[in-house]
Design a binder for this molecule. Structure first.
Ligand code: GDP
Ligand code: K
Ligand code: MG
Length: 296
């Protein structure tokens, strides 16, 4: 019998290439929020994939990009620091997009590390075979990738193949986490992210990244009914109306969609109460960042 293997695989790539979608597909449960807006994932999320032979600890990072403000700086630091500490780097690219400066920037970062890097071409459901082959030869000319694996994270196509190749690269090691544990995220952090996801989806362009969610209370009030209280923070008074909507219609819709996801997560009926508060310029203040759990 071969011995148990375990190790870390970090998922990197530009915003919106599908990193969170891949993690969710692998884990079969929604822990990393997804959206078509860049920079949806703010802090590092670990997901544990466990089989009888191996345990892979996946790390979903915020997309690598040039920082514009303090929160941006924090996000880049987190992404780059992990590269040298893991066993495998999964470099995810959007196969339906053209090669650009953003990818060049990441490949330059990869030159600095010794960790094996897999080129994972995602969204193959959107591209022709010819386009895929052209992209593969383009990327392969720029860096020596340990493996090249095309997938569709959304359609769950070839993801099982990706996992079996990852297992080959893992060192021998113990099962660090129990088999039924799928993430290190505290329940409150996941709930906050689920609510933030709904805000991002529903408000579209109007509220780009000026939103943070703090879950203030999760408490079983009656048998099979959990009370969840949360504050949606925005930066400007003018954004308050957008979040609340006409006669409260937007906040109601945010609450309705979030409640479904949170009920799935907790496996129980919930009563969700949402408040909206203005906290000016929270993205540029370290204190505010710590409040929201983005600690360095
Ligand atoms: P991240 O910023 O890299 O974490 O990207 P997300 O996981 O949030 O995904 C960004 C967008 O791409 C979402 O709208 C996803 O539904 C979409 N997406 C992710 N993977 C795929 C895929 O394999 N095929 C297609 N067509 N869309 C995908
Ligand atoms: K995203
Ligand atoms: Mg993400």
């Amino acid at each position: 019998m071969s011995s148990y293997k375990s190790g870390f695989a970090t998922i990197i790539g530009r915003p919106n290439v599908g990193k969170s979608t891949l993690l969710n597909t692998i884990l079969g449960q929604k822990i990393a929020i997804m959206s078509d807006k860049p920079q949806t994932t703010r802090n590092k999320i670990q997901g544990f994939f466990t089989t009888e032979n191996a345990q892979i600890i996946f790390i979903d990072t915020p997309g690598i990009h040039k920082p514009k403000h303090k929160l941006g700086e924090f996000m880049v630091t987190v992404a780059e620091r992990t590269l040298n500490e893991v066993d495998i780097v999964l470099y995810l690219v959007d196969a339906s997009a053209d090669f650009g400066g953003g990818e060049e920037f990441i490949i330059n970062q990869l030159e600095k590390i010794d960790t094996p890097v897999f080129l994972v071409l995602n969204k193959i459901d959107l591209v022709s075979r010819d386009k895929l082959l052209t992209l593969i030869s383009l990327y392969s000319g720029k860096y020596h990738f340990a493996e090249v694996i095309p997938i569709s994270a959304l359609a769950n196509d070839n993801v099982d193949q990706l996992i079996s190749v990852i297992e080959k690269y893992l060192p021998e090691g113990p099962q660090f986490y129990p088999a039924d544990m799928i993430t290190d995220q505290p329940e409150r952090a996941i709930i906050a992210e689920l609510i933030r996801e709904k805000v991002l989806h529903l408000t579209r362009e109007e509220i780009p990244h000026a939103v943070a969610v703090e879950v203030t209370e999760v408490k079983e009030r009656e048998r099979d009914l959990v009370y969840v209280g949360a504050i949606i923070y925005i930066e400007r008074d003018s954004q308050k109306g957008i979040i609340i909507g006409k006669k409260g219609s937007m906040l109601k819709e945010i609450g309705k969609l979030a409640r479904e996801d949170v009920e799935n997560l907790l496996g129980s009926k919930i009563f969700l109460e949402l408040w909206v508060k203005v906290q000016k310029d929270w993205r540029n203040r370290d204190v505010a960042l710590r409040n929201f759990g983005y600690d360095k």
